[in-house]
Write a protein that binds this ligand. Structure first.
Ligand code: KPL
Length: 307
């Protein structure tokens, strides 16, 4: 069996997914730190999918430098990433690996602007996790995680890759390795482009999308996604994408999507990195995506009303 990283896992932000990773690290005796963006947001307790409560002991990291055996994880909202990378880059060794975990697209480009040479690994997860209180998180939907290497990593370090993969496998299981992680991100984008805006606009749990009245929307958004993905070289059928979306709806039916929660708590959403990214890519390719454009505008006007 492969070994995890030898050093410490540093998790930036203590949002829902970051807290789930911390609980996984703790369960597997992997040393970790969880650094909330604001100290009052530090997650202290996680209720697992099976209902067990776990107190998290890793906490605010000191300002020590990270080494090549550590792993820095950014499980952040797309719009928080740039500032976080700027804050942490001074503390990185040139061979400290980075793991990006994010909804939507554009995260790798953000990291590359600041850290062009670092080894970056990318994961995408469909676990449903909810911050129920400032210090409490609940694992509400058992999903899965897909992991891969950024396609533009300059040097291949097989031992590092194995250790990072093993670490993520223990913290965010079950994890599958994907040789083209960007393709996996596109598939996740198709899922988020449907579930996130619809659940936010209709104020429902993910499972609410099983209702017959949403079937047409799910098909139409998937149809637009197929056109955009084909223009990027990914061949999927509408049935493939609808199947993928429905599988996540079923697995996370009790969960409120992250965009639902953002709108409910009047926070900025990730719409730019999700439907906004689709609209932008479609525009560049001359593809019409009216439903995505509509959802994008709707969420933007909701955000404008409370910001
Ligand atoms: O990624 C998610 C999100 O809420 O952002 C899904 C998979 C839709 C789970 O809720």
């Amino acid at each position: 069996m492969a070994n995890p990283i030898r050093g410490q896992v540093h998790i930036v932000g203590s949002g829902a997914i970051g807290s789930l990773i911390a609980a996984g690290a703790q369960r597997n005796q992997i040393s970790y730190s969880l650094t909330p963006r604001r100290p009052e947001q530090l997650t202290q307790r996680l209720t697992s999918y099976s209902g067990q409560s776990r107190w998290l002991s890793g906490n605010l990291t000191s300002k020590q430098k990270l080494g090549p055996d550590d792993l820095l994880i950014f499980p952040l909202k797309a719009y928080q990433l740039e500032e976080a990378v700027k804050q942490w880059m001074e503390r990185l060794d040139e061979s400290t690996p980075i793991l990006l975990l994010q909804n939507g697209m554009g995260g790798l480009e953000t990291i590359r602007k600041l850290l062009p040479e670092h080894a970056v690994y990318i994961a995408t997860t469909s676990h449903g996790v909810l911050k129920t209180q400032p210090h409490e998180v609940k694992h509400t939907g058992f999903g899965r995680t897909i992991f891969g290497e950024a396609p533009d990593n300059s040097a291949v370090d097989d031992e590092q890759l194995e250790r990072v993969f093993e670490t993520v496998s223990r913290c965010l299981q079950p994890v599958t390795w994907h040789k083209n992680i960007i393709e996996a991100l596109w598939l996740k984008l198709a899922v988020n482009a449907v579930i996130n805006p619809l659940t936010a606009l209709h104020d429902i749990q993910n499972g609410g999308l099983k209702d017959e009245r949403f079937a047409g929307h799910i098909d139409d958004i998937s149809q637009e996604m197929v056109a955009v993905m084909q223009s990027e070289g990914y061949r999927y059928s509408v049935q493939d994408l609808v199947g993928q979306v429905r599988q996540v709806i079923n697995a996370t039916s009790q969960n409120y999507s992250s965009m639902h929660q953002d709108v409910k708590h009047k926070r900025p959403t990730e719409i730019d990195a999700i439907n906004g990214y689709i609209v932008q890519t479609a525009q560049k390719k001359g593809i019409d995506v009216p439903i995505n454009a509509f959802l994008y505008k709707k969420i933007k006007s909701l955000e404008a009303a409370y910001s």
